[in-house]
Design a protein around this ligand. Sequence first.
Ligand code: F6R
Length: 329
Amino acid sequence: MREIYLKWYKQVIDELEILKQVEIPKPPRKPRSIVISGMGGSGIVGDYVQTLANRRLNVPVFVVKDYKLPAWVSGEDLAVFISYSGNTFETLSCYREAVARKVNMVAISSGGKLRKYAEENKTPYIPVKKGLVPRASLPAMVFAALGTLEKVGLKITFEKEVEETVFVLKEGVGEEEINNIVYSMENTLPIIVAYVDYAPLAWRFKNELNENSKIPVKVEIVPEWGHNDIVGWEKPYSKNHTAIILQPEKKTEEPYSIMLQYTIEYMGKQGIRTYKVKCKGENLLTQLLYGSLVAGLTSVKLAERRNLDPLATRSIKEYKKTITKHFTV
Ligand code: F6R
């Protein structure tokens, strides 16, 4: 896993090459909304794109992590289906529904049934390289989704930002930094704390620690945190937690900076250990992918220290087997 994470910069370059060969016809009218459907390591891509789009696009992005589409999705919308394996029940079920509703669609996968169905239905299709686990393919899938938007005239990333992302991923993360994060959270229940723009990264960090390190993790997003979770610390069952605070290396914008500072001080007063992870990059895309690299390397290191295989996700396999026993799509 570590080797794959360290080559993420190459994954971005390769996916940009793949995108050059793909044609996606522009819908006749600007889509009313972009719906992104996917689960787990593929579904998180929707969260990244939604957050990036919220800042720059006048078309709403809606993320679906379910087996059915919301009732309002129709031919006026553009739906992007992302499944690394191409065989995930929930995503395929949404795809089927979109076909029936004549929604404009794009499919992204490394193969599987999604590819087959896309061929049958002439759905524009973007491949990502085969042979990885979904979560290790994050940059390729993020760039495939961003490339989809660009091809339909809804560009939200600039060349300079892509270049910076490749540069920062290539530079990597110092081993000492990873060790420090691991030591700060080891044998505790980590809480990943982030402000709204970093929310997808907080969820990604949690998912990486779940799947690679095999531990449960809590996520808190500021400012919502100050309206409920804050009270939970008045009388908790346990204080064996470490708050991992995600923020930009450069200045955090106000008032988020003040809100985060308050959170750190409050948690500190409650006896919760806090550790700040500073994300490199001048722009949000770079910061989110750098943070994802930190999350990946941290989770692999923790797995190693626990003598566990980061690649294995037995329980997901069992869950999928049970669901597909009941439903075929
Ligand atoms: C991540 C992982 C899962 C899958 C999820 C959906 O590495 O294994 O979170 O991403 O079960 O599967 P795919 O991505 O194949 O649609």
